[in-house]
Design a protein. Sequence first.
Length: 101
Amino acid sequence: MSLTADDGGRFTHTAVVPEDAAPGWYEMTARCTAMDTGGARAAFEVVGAPRPDPRLSLPADSGPPGTRLTVTGTGFRCAEGAALDVGPGLLTGPAVVRGPL
């Protein structure tokens, strides 16, 4: 790609690493196009996407029948949605999900 440097020899260019970029090191080299003056190099490492860190929490570990439980899930970064499986007969009533999981 061609860039234009200012009178002080500076340029800027902004780019976004594609979502499907393979992890690894990528080298960039800039040089003057009209003369062979060498150039400058820099490297950038694309790291793997953050791994989900799903967690569930309950307000208490135990309680008598009739105890109201709020199950909180965090770190469920799954575009296809999340599911909560509960032992048979433990919970009744509709599930309410708030916000992205």
